[in-house]
Design a protein around this ligand. Structure first.
Ligand code: ADP
Length: 268
């Protein structure tokens, strides 16, 4: 059973001091972790069925990472077997003209999950204090107030019935290099490679500074960040699945009661 890697507001972190490998948190090793993960995934599928039927709760899962950090793989692996009808994945790309003509939370708010739904954000409003900050897409006077605006937005969501889980998939610069190399070498992965990714890699330190500030400023009692060691996929999958399963368990979704006494129902 891995530790949660949940941040707390009182203890600011430095990303360079947080591990990117999970091995030491799971001494039993990869094969044992994979077995535990498979069992968890089954549990998640059962819980989500009940969560969907219950319809009282909303769960928002936010995934952020550097390129090749494993967001896509996490979604594919952790949610394998879950009923697609109850899950909606939204991938946030470079904003459209229409999106840019609104406040930065406009497109985000439209995508938050409704009752009984699990919403997964592949990137999120955090891009507006990450890529936007690192590449100077707007002046600091615009992006700096966003930390507080994000906190207030997330507070409103949790106060109105949404549970929020935020995962930063923490990979090392060396691991990113290896994953990029694999994308260059393997024809089936060419589609994943973008020259733009290399420009961002060159700004690694500026990204780390931006992530660090976002994680520290936007870890709140209502919506904490989890910094997941993500160099080893088996650990990343296990740690994230564990947090999600525990969170849904705590909500304790129930099948709604039947409409009246079904023992009297006669189906002709
Ligand atoms: P991904 O890398 O997530 O698989 P893409 O390769 O299509 O998907 O990249 C999406 C791009 O959109 C990323 O470079 C990301 O930084 C960018 N992006 C997302 N949100 C914003 C935003 N609010 N402002 C500027 N760029 C953004």
């Amino acid at each position: 059973m891995p530790v949660t890697h949940r941040l707390v507001p009182e203890r600011p972190i430095r990303l360079t001091e947080l591990p990117t490998r999970g091995q030491s948190f799971y001494p039993a090793g990869k094969e044992a972790a994979k077995a535990e993960f498979r069992a968890l995934r089954k549990e998640l599928a059962e819980l989500q069925y009940r969560f969907y039927a219950d319809g009282r709760f909303r769960l928002l899962i936010i995934l952020q990472a550097m390129d090749a950090g494993g967001k896509d793989g996490t979604i594919r692996r952790v949610f394998q077997g879950v009923n697609p009808q109850g899950v909606r994945v939204t991938s946030f790309k470079v904003p459209s003209k229409e999106e840019l003509a609104h406040d930065f939370l406009w497109r985000i708010h439209k995508a938050v999950p409704g009752n009984g739904m699990i919403g997964i954000f592949n990137r999120s409003h955090y891009e507006d204090v990450l890529v936007v900050r690192v590449h100077n897409l707007v002046p600091e006077s615009v992006w700096r107030p966003r930390y507080e605006q994000i906190n207030q937005f997330e507070k409103m969501l949790t106060e109105t019935g949404t549970t929020i889980l935020k995962f930063y998939l923490h990979i090392s610069k060396e691991e990113q290099k290896q994953r990029f190399q694999e994308r260059v070498d393997n024809p089936e992965k060419h589609w994943k490679f973008s020259h733009d990714d290399l420009k961002k890699r060159a700004l690694w330190d500026a990204y780390m500074a931006a992530y660090e500030e976002a994680l520290n400023r936007c870890t709140t009692p209502w919506a904490p960040w989890y910094v997941i060691p993500a160099d080893q996929k088996w650990y990343r999958n296990l740690a994230i699945a564990r947090v999600i399963v525990d969170t849904i368990k705590q909500l304790d979704p129930q099948f709604p009661p039947p409409e009246g006494d079904l023992s009297q129902v006669v189906i002709e």
